[in-house]
Design a protein around this ligand. Structure first.
Ligand SMILES: NC(=O)c1ccc[n+]([C@@H]2O[C@H](COP(=O)([O-])OP(=O)(O)OC[C@H]3O[C@@H](n4cnc5c(N)ncnc54)[C@H](O)[C@@H]3O)[C@@H](O)[C@H]2O)c1
Length: 242
């Protein structure tokens, strides 16, 4: 597969390494200083673009790919207030887009575990639930996209929680509290903590490095071949497990 990388930062570099290991070629890398490459023949020759940039630039990058009818895999977080617009473009213009707030297979298993535990805890009101997420100090969005996905998994399943709130205390017991910490170079830790007067149960995912995210993005690009429409990690995992 010929891959164009949009955003050649920490994730872009890791994705390039893994894609080459898996036999793909990187035909173009676009960053802030070479935006004219969107019109270069090497970019136009790509089968798929993998986009990891910044919250405020992601949507514009998707539009540029869609204008060229290029399928996009994106992991940029913090832009999903425009998710419905992207889904609409996938239907109306038959564009191809794969989004995951977290491409790690381990985290996606953790998402499922989180929902199962939340369903059980819906029947156990003696437990209060909160979340803690820790990332490196360069991270721009807070809480993390992964933290928001986890929060949604809890809110869908626990009736006594109504909305998430980034705080350590709240007067409203219906708030699901998320504490976001930014420490050193931590790739990403998410912990869901259930606490009663008697005990504490927690589930935790701790990324050791960025390899899991980068591999997932390359697997997503491979999965998209020959497809159109909007796809997520759930589709990718279902295709593996069926
Ligand atoms: N979904 C996931 O699994 C996952 C995993 C890790 C990081 N992320 C997200 O991916 C994004 C990038 O993370 P990172 O750690 O690589 O950040 P980074 O800061 O190391 O890299 C981002 C790169 O994008 C470039 N860039 C900015 N604007 C651009 C534009 N308009 N066009 C092209 N390039 C542009 C920057 O110059 C930089 O090189 C963040 O939003 C982060 O939260 C997602």
């Amino acid at each position: 597969m010929k891959i164009a990388l949009i955003g050649y930062g920490k994730m872009g570099h890791e994705i390039a390494r893994i894609a080459i290991d898996r036999g793909h070629s990187i035909v173009a890398t676009i960053d802030v200083d070479n935006q004219d490459t969107f019109d270069a023949p090497e970019f136009l020759s790509a089968d798929v673009a993998i986009e990891f940039t910044r919250p405020e630039t992601a949507f514009g990058n998707y539009q540029k790919c869609f204008e060229r009818h290029l399928p996009v895999v994106s992991g940029t977080t913090g832009w999903t207030n425009r998710l419905d617009e992207v889904k609409k473009l996938c239907v109306e213009q038959r564009q191809t887009f794969f989004y995951a707030s977290n491409f790690s297979i381990g985290v996606n298993i953790f998402f499922e575990l989180n929902k199962i535990l939340a369903k059980m805890m819906n029947r156990e009101p003696q437990y209060d639930v909160r979340m803690e997420e820790i990332h490196h100090i360069h991270k721009l969005d807070s809480p993390s996209g992964t933290g928001i996905t986890l929060a949604e998994g809890i809110l869908e399943n626990i009736d006594r929680k109504q909305q998430w709130k980034e705080a350590t205390v709240s007067e409203n017991p219906a708030d699901l509290l998320i504490e976001s910490k930014r420490v050193g170079e931590v790739p990403g830790i998410h912990e869901i903590i259930y606490e009663s007067d008697a005990d504490v149960i927690s589930i935790k995912h701790d990324a050791k490095n960025r390899k899991g995210f980068a591999l997932g993005a390359v697997l997503a690009a491979e999965y998209l071949q020959g497809k159109t429409g909007f796809h997520t990690m759930q589709d990718l995992l279902n295709s593996k497990h069926n």
